[in-house]
Design a protein around this ligand. Sequence first.
Ligand code: PDD
Length: 296
Amino acid sequence: MNRPNPSHEQPLELAWVGGEFVAPAAAKISALDRGFIFGDAVYEVIPAYGGNLFLLEPHLQRLEHSLEITRIRNPFSHTEWRNLLADLVARCGDHDQSVYLQVTRGVAPRDHAFPDIEPTVFCMSRPMVGVSTELLQQGLAAITTEDIRWNYCHAKTTSLIANVMLRQQAVDASADEALLLRDGQLTEGAASNVFIVVNGQLLTPPAGEQLLHGITRERILELASKEGIPVAEQQISEQQLREADEICISSSTKAILPVTRLDGTAVGTGSPGPVWKAMWRAYQMEIEQVRRGAVG
Ligand code: PDD
């Protein structure tokens, strides 16, 4: 998936903080920053293929939405965000990159209520970690677990300790992802959205406050319709999840991946299924177009 960085002069990874480009390991933020003290911050993860940011517009819209929900001031205009992120990616080269941006409420003496201060912005780009052929052939293992998170899961905040604990629960069970159940209904993964396939139909829980409105999720729904695969956003019970023909997860860094084992039991045939294969192919074709600069 990754192509080598063609120029030795360009850094493979780079950060932007305090108005300057620096090596990520050298980036410094005050210990009094509310992002550090309270997790009082929002973020985005945006893929770039061949040096071109993919689905930047919806990512920026979701950033704005997260900032509105948390009442953190947006420090930049749309154009300023676009220019900054394009500059960051261009400085790294045309290899596939994962761009992270974070906006915190800013630096202030510790007090829970909002201070009237400038937000802090931190961005970084790192090479995208590709998915191995072996993993694509075998699929992922997932566990189910109770969704212990709060009621603002549609805001992409850095207060991720619950997600971190849930993902670790999966890792402790030698699995790759935790699929979350709230009141017996599927919400999403610890760091992904979830789809199931039933009788050829691609289903995913509806976008509400219980899950992140994934940019990949949205694009998968659009691409599936184009591919002639019927889609529906509807509640998915634990039983439907367990009886699904296929399960897939999606995120900006992993596109769409098949889950072939759930709580140690085979999903469907136990191998990546035909609907996942069709969606993976369609998504990879789009990524190729982005690499060639044909779509953004
Ligand atoms: N996370 N749900 C959660 C809880 C997530 O953390 C993510 C992605 C998604 C998928 O959203 P998108 O398709 O917009 O990437 C859903 C990112 C990749 C992360 O935290 O690294």
